[in-house]
Design a protein around this ligand. Structure first.
Ligand SMILES: O=C(O)CCC(=O)C(=O)O
Length: 257
């Protein structure tokens, strides 16, 4: 059982609690979607041309999945997307504020690509885990997610399960079939993975992972971000990136910005 795509925020909150995920419509304009999709494919091509990016074997994505990093430097639209009202509202509701953006990368599942490894995004936190989620993933379907193009697969309800049995995952996994532009929100205990792309088309998704402010971010914003990004950032974005802070990340005992 999966939640339906909705723009009703009460339904979204209830789906997040029940399933560990929600599918939200109507949060991006067509223009933003086109800009984000085009910038993602352009950046992937640029990385290939410049032989740039993570050693793909350092993180397990599955064969044929192309990760695009440093997304916030690639186009202004991504800076807008990470702090849309729907994102900030749900972050505040589920993990509280301040929160940190841990990483944001696109994943392009190419035709013939393998599924990724099953995982929960807070897997690096030592167990036993606290009773509440420590992070949230805000994922955007940049292409339509279909039954055969590598739509993200999830185990609905796995955020509340104590004894997950990996041998049953393939039987209970559900692909997140959703129109391009859908926002897929899931909390950090939800078991998920990239699906196998058996179609002839690429499938791009954008995945932004946020955490409570006590965790180290996966991306090192202080070294990776272009100056233009921080110079034009809103107060909220500066908080999400750790430049505006309290208690941690101080310089001479104060928030750097
Ligand atoms: O590519 C996908 O569908 C899933 C990506 C993912 O699992 C992640 O970024 O945590």
């Amino acid at each position: 059982m999966l939640p339906e795509v909705t723009d009703n925020m009460n339904q979204v909150s209830s789906d997040l609690q029940q399933y560990g995920l929600a599918l939200v419509s109507d949060q991006l304009s067509n223009k933003q979607l086109t800009l984000a999709r085009d910038a993602t494919y352009r950046a992937a091509q640029e990385d290939i041309t410049l032989a740039r990016g993570a050693d793909r074997f350092e993180l397990d994505y599955g064969e044929g999945n192309v990760r695009v990093w440093n997304i916030l430097n690639r186009h202004k639209v991504f800076q807008q997307m990470v702090q849309l009202p729907v994102v900030l509202t749900l972050l505040k509701e589920v993990i509280g504020w301040p929160a940190l953006l841990s990483n944001i990368s696109a994943n392009i599942a190419e035709p013939g690509s393998d599924g990724g490894a099953w995982h929960q995004d807070q897997l690096y936190i030592p167990k036993p885990w606290p009773p509440r989620p420590q992070g949230m993933n805000f994922a955007w379907a940049l292409d339509e997610f279909t039954s055969d193009n590598g739509a993200t697969e999830v185990i609905p309800g796995s955020h509340l399960a104590n004894d997950l049995d990996p041998s049953s995952f393939d039987d209970v996994a559900e692909p997140l079939i959703a129109p391009a532009g859908t926002l897929i929100v899931f909390e950090s205990r939800l078991m998920h993975r990239t699906g196998c792309n058996r179609s002839n088309d690429s499938r791009a998704g954008l995945f932004g992972f946020y955490t409570r402010p006590i965790y180290r971010t996966q991306e090192n914003w202080f070294l990776s971000l272009d100056k233009e990004v921080t110079e034009s950032a809103s107060e909220e974005l500066l908080v999400l990136l750790g430049y505006k802070t309290r208690g941690f990340g101080l310089v001479y005992g104060k928030s750097p910005l």
